[in-house]
Ligand binder design. Structure first.
Ligand SMILES: [Fe+2]
Length: 280
């Protein structure tokens, strides 16, 4: 009888303990689901912004995706952690978002070489871009900081603030190299793109003046050179794929998106986020 009483009372005690455990597990699960939902929402918001860039200027849309490819290769070669790689990717994808501003529309869509007044106007795009992205600063604080600094130069002669050396955010230093490489090797509205070798040589020439010398050394190291070349061929192949080919109203080939924010939890996707190095 005594034994029965003891067993009954311990069973009664076990019920609330089990219930508390179940409640805690449920709360944990809910928090996990909320955090995944939040991440997916963030990715969707950024992809929407990317679509807005495409809609306004498809050539900028394909340019920023190629820049993201090259910037991620460089970030990976640096041994950057996943957070840094994500920041670099976001800054690469949105570095030129300031160009979709109405004030710059005609200049951006013009087929002539820019005159000095137009070049001055274009120089406002990093600050305009940072302003567009400001509401995202509480979620991605490094994004507007990187975007506003992507035309700063290592020697302090860049714009808009004339930042020097490591005062320039790392993401902006990485993107500056990738951006310049793509600007040289890919055709613009008013001039044809140059060869891979010419692009690489230009990056070497900017070592210590335009670009962070350590990053240039990394970019020009043989394994990275090969990867950049492969990314360049990959981007070109995607852009030339006949069924994906699209044209702007001026008849220019705008290529096809090759980098996407599609969140990798949902599918074995091919987005740039999937190429972020795994934790070692
Ligand atoms: Fe730019």
């Amino acid at each position: 009888m005594k034994r029965l009483k003891r067993e009954t009372s311990s069973a009664l005690l076990a019920v609330p303990a089990g219930a508390a455990l179940a409640t805690a597990a449920l709360a944990l699960l809910r928090r996990h689901k909320t955090s995944i939902k939040f991440e997916r929402f963030g990715a969707a918001a950024l992809e929407t912004l990317l679509n807005a860039i495409d809609a306004n200027d498809p050539l900028t849309g394909t340019h920023v995706r190629r820049v993201a490819r090259y910037a991620l290769v460089l970030a990976d070669a640096m041994g950057a952690d996943a957070h840094t790689c994500h920041t670099v990717e976001r800054v690469a994808l949105f570095h030129d978002i300031g160009k979709i501003h109405e004030a710059l529309f005609d200049v951006i869509h013009d087929h002539r070489k820019l005159d000095s007044r137009e070049r001055r106007e274009i120089r406002t795009h990093p600050a305009r871009g940072a302003k567009v992205l400001e509401p995202l600063a509480s979620f991605y604080p490094d994004l507007p900081k990187g975007v506003i600094a992507h035309h700063e130069r290592w020697d302090g002669s860049g714009y808009p603030r004339g930042l020097k050396k490591k005062a320039i955010p790392l993401s902006a230093r990485v993107v500056a190299i990738a951006d310049t490489f793509d600007a040289i090797t890919h055709s613009r509205r008013y001039r044809a793109g140059k060869s891979f070798e010419v692009g690489m040589a230009a990056i070497g020439e900017g070592r210590g003046t335009q670009f962070d010398p350590e990053l240039v050394d990394l970019f020009l190291a043989p394994p990275v050179v090969d990867r950049i070349h492969a990314e360049m061929r990959g981007a070109t192949a995607v852009e030339r794929a006949p069924k994906l080919r699209r044209r702007t109203r001026h008849g220019e080939d705008m290529g096809a998106p090759d980098v996407s924010f599609r969140w990798r939890d949902t599918s074995p996707a091919q987005g740039a986020l999937d190429r972020v190095p795994r934790k070692k």
